[in-house]
Design a protein around this ligand. Structure first.
Ligand SMILES: NC(=O)c1ccc[n+]([C@@H]2O[C@H](COP(=O)([O-])OP(=O)(O)OC[C@H]3O[C@@H](n4cnc5c(N)ncnc54)[C@H](OP(=O)(O)O)[C@@H]3O)[C@@H](O)[C@H]2O)c1
Length: 321
C-alpha cells in the first residue's frame, strides 16, 4: 500500500468506501451487512488500507455501527472519515450529530469529519461554528468537506479559520471535473482530494454492458444507460488492453490512473473480499506516462448522451419489456 501525508496524518491512497454497508439501495442483503462488511473492514486493515469512509446517512447510521463493531480493539490502525448530512446544520446540531457518529463508531474522536454536501440555505458561517466546536471538543481531529466547489471550500476554510484538509468528490476516468480547479488547489496547499465512485459504481470494471446492467438504484444512473455503456466501449477496451499488459484488471487500471495523481486517495466500495483485495493491489501498479496520456485522451473522447438522448433510451427500454 502507498500512503499520502496530509496535516500530519498518514492516509492510504486506496481506502474503503462503505455506503454499501447496510444500505438497501445497493441490494446486497443482510448477510453482506452482518458478515461480509465486517470481514471487509478486517481484510482492508490487513492489506494496509487505513482510510475507511462512511457517513451518518449510509443505512441511516448502520454503516457507522457496522464499522464501530468491526474496529473494536483496532482503533489505532484506522483513519476514520465520516460525514454530516446537511439537514439543518446549525452549530449545536453539528456538534450533537458528530457526537452521535462517534458513538456509533465506538471512538472518542473521528479522524476526519466531513460536511457531506453544501447546504444551499444555511450560511456556512453557522455550520463552521459547529465544526469548530467539534474540533475544539476533540470529537474530530480534522475537518473535511464533500461535493464543495473550490469557492465553497475556500469560504468554509475562512469561516472555520483553519484548514479544511480534504474535499471528497466524484472523480474517475468518466468524471474528471475535479482536475480543473480542485486538484491543483489540493496539490498546491497540501490538501487531499478523496475520489468517490472511482469505478463509476462498477462501470469501469468492464463487466457491465447495454445487455448486462445492474438492477436497482444503479440502473437509473447516467453511465448505466445502454446508450452510454455502448458509447464508452472504446475506453473500456483500452482499459482492458492496458490491464492485460500489467497482468491486472480494468478496475485496477482505473484506480491506478486516479492515484497516479498526487494528493488523491480513492475510496472504492466492494461487494466481496476478492474485489477489495483487487482494489488494494492497484496501489502497486505504476502506469507509464504514455498509458496515462492514452487514457486521458480516450476518456476525453467519451461523450455521454444528453438528457434527451437518455429519454429516448428509457422509451426503448420500456418498449423492450
Ligand atoms: N460524498 C459523496 O457524496 C459520496 C457519493 C457516493 C459515494 N461516496 C463514497 O464513495 C464510496 C465509493 O463509491 P461508490 O460505492 O458509489 O462507487 P464505486 O466505488 O465506484 O463502485 C463500487 C461498486 O463497484 C463494484 N466493484 C468494486 N470493486 C470491484 C472490482 N475490483 N471489480 C469489479 N467490480 C467492482 C461493486 O459493485 P458490483 O460488484 O455489485 O457491481 C461495488 O459495490 C462509497 O462507498 C462511499 O463511501 C461518497
Amino acid at each position: 500500500m502507498r500512503y499520502v501525508e496530509i496535516s500530519g496524518a498518514r492516509i492510504s491512497v486506496i481506502g474503503l468506501g462503505t455506503w454499501q454497508f447496510g444500505s438497501r439501495e445497493w441490494g446486497y442483503g443482510p448477510e453482506y451487512a452482518n458478515k461480509t462488511a465486517i470481514e471487509l473492514v478486517h481484510r482492508a486493515l490487513e492489506l494496509g488500507i487505513n482510510l475507511i469512509d462512511t457517513a451518518e446517512f449510509y443505512g441511516f447510521g448502520k454503516s457507522e455501527s457496522v464499522i464501530g463493531n468491526a474496529i473494536t480493539g483496532l482503533r489505532d490502525q484506522v483513519y476514520i472519515a465520516t460525514k454530516l448530512f446537511p439537514v439543518f446544520p446549525t452549530r449545536s446540531m453539528v456538534l450533537a450529530r458528530a457526537k452521535a457518529s462517534a458513538t456509533r463508531l465506538h471512538v472518542d474522536s473521528v479522524d476526519l469529519y466531513q460536511l457531506h454536501w453544501p447546504n444551499p440555505v444555511m450560511p456556512i458561517t453557522e455550520t463552521a461554528m459547529g465544526l469548530k466546536r467539534v474540533l475544539d471538543d476533540g470529537v474530530a481531529k480534522s475537518a473535511g468537506v464533500s461535493n464543495f466547489s473550490l469557492r465553497q471550500w475556500r469560504s468554509a476554510e475562512i469561516a472555520l479559520g483553519r484548514p479544511i484538509i480534504s474535499n471528497q468528490v466524484h472523480f474517475s476516468l468518466l468524471t474528471r471535473g475535479p482536475e480543473v480547479e480542485l486538484l491543483p488547489f489540493a496539490q498546491a496547499n497540501n490538501r487531499l482530494i478523496i475520489a468517490y465512485s472511482p469505478l463509476e459504481q462498477g462501470v469501469l470494471s468492464g463487466k457491465y454492458s447495454s445487455v448486462n446492467r445492474p438492477k436497482g438504484m444503479r440502473a437509473a444512473r447516467k453511465f448505466f444507460f445502454p446508450a452510454n455503456l455502448d458509447r464508452m466501449r472504446p475506453l473500456l477496451a483500452k482499459l482492458a488492453q492496458i490491464a492485460k499488459s500489467h497482468d491486472a484488471s480494468s478496475s485496477q487500471i482505473a484506480l491506478a490512473w486516479l492515484i497516479s495523481k498526487t494528493n488523491v486517495a480513492a475510496i472504492p466500495g466492494a461487494a466481496s473480499l476478492s474485489q477489495l483485495e483487487s482494489n488494494a493491489a492497484s496501489a502497486d501498479i505504476e502506469l507509464t506516462r504514455n498509458e496515462i496520456e492514452t487514457l486521458d485522451e480516450m476518456s476525453s473522447q467519451f461523450e455521454p448522451v444528453s438528457p434527451s438522448g437518455l429519454l429516448t433510451d428509457v422509451k426503448t427500454l420500456v418498449r423492450r419489456r
